[in-house]
Design a binder for this molecule. Structure first.
Ligand SMILES: [Mn+2]
Length: 308
């Protein structure tokens, strides 16, 4: 038996993979990517099926379109689908036509879903790693669901930063048995990186408006989208505007809202090229011909809708 694990290239995706490695040592091949590379990885899974004798496919922390699942189901009798993104929920019924084993839960991260599904097997097969894997998943969950006010958030944030610093294989090697302490030089590097982001925020143009809302403008804004909510905790609604990409990212905390639903009301707006998001995170790209007034109208509309 051999398993292809198609998973996200981020902390949640790699920790999902680590759990599978614990359960099926030496049997799991990873295919990790962001959404841009998804079709390439699927092709690779196709091509390498014979080479590695892959007979089970486990998808973790990724939304995989039904058209791909349809193809993959011809090759794999056994597909598992573990995800927490809202768009997976929307295609769940379609997925069920091809996949028997589906676990989708939008209230926890992908790794937490994998851990919960296999918890009994973990206890049985790798009892010595149970507590440390549980801890690793705990931090991953806090990071991935961006629980910025949780007392463990900074550890969770460090862990994710460390993943991108070390890269996939080194991270897997280090965390294969679960959570371990950071090394002091790593902490120093992560803090330095956070300081760099704080400086971007410091020099960005900032306008406070309404009740606990802020508009942050910077051409390096892409680097501080999530961090702005971490560094400026006094706000609830964050608009991060990146002029060079005509792009606005939005983050909301401590407010019950659904940006995805609000965005639906803006679909078809001829000043918007692209728009999408989840409950508390999302963004849009403006048409390059937008005016200052268009910009303000859209921001105000979204702000008013969140406050409703
Ligand atoms: Mn995730």
């Amino acid at each position: 038996m051999s398993i292809a694990n198609l998973t996200h290239y981020d902390l949640d995706g790699v920790v999902s993979h680590i759990i599978l490695l614990n359960l099926f040592p030496d049997k799991v091949h990873y295919y990790s990517c962001g959404y841009g590379k998804l079709s390439d990885k699927i092709e690779k899974i196709y091509n390498e099926k014979r080479l590695f004798n892959l007979d089970i496919l486990m998808i973790t922390d990724l939304v995989v379109d039904v058209k791909y699942i349809k193809q993959l189901a011809k090759l794999y009798d056994n597909i598992f689908y573990f995800d927490h993104h809202e768009s997976s929920l929307l295609i769940k019924e379609e997925l069920e036509k091809y996949i028997k084993n589906i676990a989708i839960d939008i209230n926890k991260c992908g790794a937490q879903i994998v851990f919960d599904v296999f918890e009994k097997q973990i206890i049985r097969l790798v009892p010595k790693n149970y507590e440390s894997l549980k801890k690793l998943v705990h931090y991953t969950n806090i990071y991935d669901t961006w629980k910025v006010d949780n007392k463990d958030f900074s550890t969770s944030y460090y862990l994710s930063q460390l993943f991108f610093m070390l890269g996939w294989e080194k991270f897997v090697e280090r965390y294969k048995d679960g959570m371990v302490p950071f090394k002091s030089d790593e902490v120093a590097l992560i803090k330095q990186e956070l300081q760099r982001k704080k400086n971007i925020l410091k020099t960005a143009e900032k306008i406070e408006f309404g009740n606990k809302a802020i508009l942050i403008t910077s051409n390096d804004g892409n680097e501080i989208i999530n961090e702005s909510t971490l560094i400026y905790k006094q706000y609830e609604i964050y608009f991060i505007f990146i002029p060079k990409f005509n792009k606005v990212s939005i983050r909301v905390r401590n407010i019950e809202t659904n940006l995805g639903n609000i965005f639906k009301k803006l679909e078809g707006n001829d000043k918007i090229q692209n728009i999408g998001g989840h409950a508390h995170a999302g963004g849009f790209v403006l048409n390059p011909n937008y005016s200052k007034e268009d910009f303000e109208n859209i921001i105000n509309f979204i702000y008013q809708e969140i406050k409703k």
